[in-house]
Design a protein around this ligand. Structure first.
Ligand SMILES: *[C@@H]1O[C@H](CO)[C@@H](O)[C@H](O)[C@H]1NC(C)=O
Ligand SMILES: *[C@@H]1O[C@H](CO)[C@@H](O)[C@H](O)[C@H]1NC(C)=O
Ligand SMILES: *[C@@H]1O[C@H](CO)[C@@H](O)[C@H](O)[C@H]1NC(C)=O
Length: 351
């Protein structure tokens, strides 16, 4: 009996806390790249697409949506953790109306970066354009909810910014241009300048709870390890170091802006350590493979080369850290999101 009472009290406390969190975060609003794109690229002319099988194999109804995974992406899990909804609608998707979008929306575009030159490489939606869409959304939300209610939602929403990998791997190290203009250190400063400017604009428009995402250990993405195959197929340390330095700089930016902008709750959300732990010790997380991805041979397939007829595609993506040669499986996304929620979000959001 006593036990039941204690459990009851604990449960009531937990529910109370969840209600506080819920009351605090009425919507999740997302900017970024393929780590969080939930289907915007389906609506634009680019080769960076994933709205075909076997993408979405483990999504609701086994449906390919334009997410670069077998199932949900990181921000879907964040939205779920706030008790809002299980999936984030893509802003450009005509299947979603304002009822769906009023509790959160995604402006992200696979293949994009902070740098305009990155989004130009594969003709995807640049960050500045995502901001234009966000401004349109603000007006649409005001028309739908009324001025006052919309402003509350926009102020209390949780904003996620998740990009940067493509600036290095699709642009700086892949095509001529930026690498002849900037040293990698200068390029990092250039990108951080854009990130800082972007956060200030969001803040100026009324956003307060913002998560700035760090880079993954990008030298360990299967595609990069394949480049390294001749030297044993290990992670490319140079790229991992670039990611670490970039993250340290972003962490510094976050501290600075938290001091500068009164009332902001800016969070640096760093996936680096948890992902590296998973990659170095897959078994302890229940994975059997950290080197190859599930799709195809696991060495290079992504986008159109991740083909549903490829006989090598693995039967159980839950055993793999990576779904295609550049993107995590749903299970990895869920572990990373869970880690963020546990280490940061609860303390960060409950007043
Ligand atoms: C949006 O669509 C849902 C069904 O998907 C419907 O119930 C709702 O009334 C629609 N809202 C508007 C504003 O059209
Ligand atoms: C990116 O392009 C937009 C639109 O042309 C422009 O307003 C912005 O200043 C550019 N950003 C940088 C960092 O050059
Ligand atoms: C988030 O968690 C990291 C450790 O993972 C910690 O260093 C950082 O201070 C936390 N930030 C907030 C705002 O809680």
């Amino acid at each position: 009996m006593a036990h039941k009472t204690i459990v009851g009290v604990l449960l009531a406390n937990l529910l109370l806390q969840l209600q506080i969190v819920l009351a605090n975060v009425p919507a999740v609003i997302v900017f970024g790249d393929s780590s969080v794109d939930t289907g915007n690229n389906n609506q634009i002319p680019t080769v960076v697409k994933s709205n075909f099988e076997p993408y979405g194999r483990d999504y609701y109804g086994g449906q390919p949506t334009g997410r670069f995974s077998n199932g949900r992406v990181f921000t879907d899990f964040i939205s779920e953790a706030f008790g809002i909804k299980l999936t984030m609608p893509a802003y450009l998707d005509p299947a979603h109306n304002m009822t769906d979008k009023a509790t959160g929306v995604c402006f992200a575009s696979a293949g994009t970066g902070y740098d305009n030159a990155t989004s130009d490489v594969l003709s995807v939606i640049p960050l500045w354009k995502q901001l234009e869409y966000y401004k349109n959304y603000r007006q649409e939300l005001k028309d739908y909810l009324g001025q006052e209610k919309a402003e509350t939602v926009l102020r209390e929403a949780f904003y996620v910014i998740s990009l940067g990998t493509n600036d290095f791997l699709e642009n700086y190290y892949a095509v001529p241009g930026r690498s002849s203009e900037y040293s990698v250190e200068e390029y990092r400063y250039f990108l951080a300048g854009i990130a800082g400017g972007f956060i200030k604009i969001l803040y100026g428009l009324g956003a307060r709870k913002i998560s700035l995402g760090g880079l993954p250990p990008m030298g360990c993405l299967p595609l990069e390890r394949t480049r390294n195959l001749f030297f044993g197929g290990g992670c490319i340390e140079e790229y991992n170091n670039v990611a670490k330095e970039f993250n340290a700089q972003m962490q510094g930016l976050v501290s600075k802006l938290n001091d500068q902008l009164s009332g902001i709750q800016l969070l640096f959300s760093d996936p680096y350590d948890i992902l590296l732990q998973m990659i170095q010790n897959p078994k302890s997380f229940g994975f059997t493979n950290a080197r190859e991805s599930c799709c195809g041979t696991g060495y290079f397939e992504m986008g159109y080369t991740c083909d549903k007829n490829n006989p090598f595609t693995c039967p159980d993506a839950n055993k793999y850290i990576f779904w295609d040669a550049f993107h995590p499986t749903e299970r990895t996304n869920s572990i990373v999101a869970d880690h963020l929620v546990k280490t940061n979000l609860s303390g960060f959001l409950v007043p």
